[in-house]
Design a protein around this ligand. Structure first.
Ligand SMILES: Nc1ncnc2c1ncn2[C@@H]1O[C@H](COP(=O)(O)OP(=O)(O)OP(=O)(O)O)[C@@H](O)[C@H]1O
Length: 193
């Protein structure tokens, strides 16, 4: 996805194409490579972990290890999308720790009704999106982590509900302070069709 970014050492000079392991300098070729590898890696078993920051970073590393050298690493430049600036890099580690401590304190959403799970998971995802820890691959890591959480609490994860436009709209609304569309989307994902 195209970002508002400062001059970016992770890109090939004079372009907005991220340096990658195949040295593809054409954005559409990189997109295709990224998608292929993401799909392959997401069909493999995901890294084991404790639903904490380390686990979240390991998940991103797993999904993007074939494409970028910095899979699982926190970004170091400021980025935004559509006029929304995400967390400044110097605060990302602390913010991630804070939000994942909240998740632990909430017992990883165990034992909640689907509606309550959806509301709490919407808040978690909205926070993680506002932090946007990685230079790329945030949306896909968010949704993979949501699938992990649903599995952890024994709820289904109906991936066919994931309409791209609906996800992005709900995320943008959550950034603006309204988490309800995201909660409704997650409710639809974790309840049987
Ligand atoms: N204007 C915006 N404000 C806040 N969040 C946004 C905005 N536009 C998109 N997003 C969210 O940012 C995330 C996408 O981030 P990023 O591009 O790093 O992830 P990706 O996995 O590479 O891409 P995608 O999720 O689009 O496949 C998604 O959760 C998306 O909903």
């Amino acid at each position: 996805m195209v970002y508002t970014a400062e001059s970016d050492p992770l890109c090939y000079p004079g372009t907005t194409v991220l340096r990658n392991k195949l040295d593809l300098t054409d954005q559409s070729e990189l997109d295709e490579f990224e998608t292929t590898m993401f799909v392959l890696r997401s069909e493999e078993p995901w890294p084991e972990g404790n639903l904490d920051v380390t686990h979240y970073l390991a998940l991103h590393h797993h999904l993007f290890q074939d494409v970028f050298d910095w899979g699982g690493e926190i970004r170091t430049i400021r980025i935004g999308k559509g006029g929304n600036w995400f967390c400044y890099p110097e605060f990302i580690a602390n913010e991630l720790n804070r939000i994942f401590q909240e998740l632990a304190r909430a017992d990883y959403f165990e034992g909640l009704t689907p509606a309550n799970f959806a509301a709490q998971a919407a808040h978690l995802l909205a926070e993680i999106n506002a932090i946007h820890p990685f230079r790329e691959g945030n949306g896909r890591t968010q949704l993979t982590f949501l699938a992990l959480l649903a599995r952890h609490v024994g709820l289904p994860f109906n991936a066919e509900v994931l309409d791209r436009e609906r996800v992005i709209e709900a995320m943008i609304e959550s950034f603006a302070g309204s988490e309800q569309p995201l909660a409704t989307l997650i409710f639809d994902i974790v309840t049987e069709p």
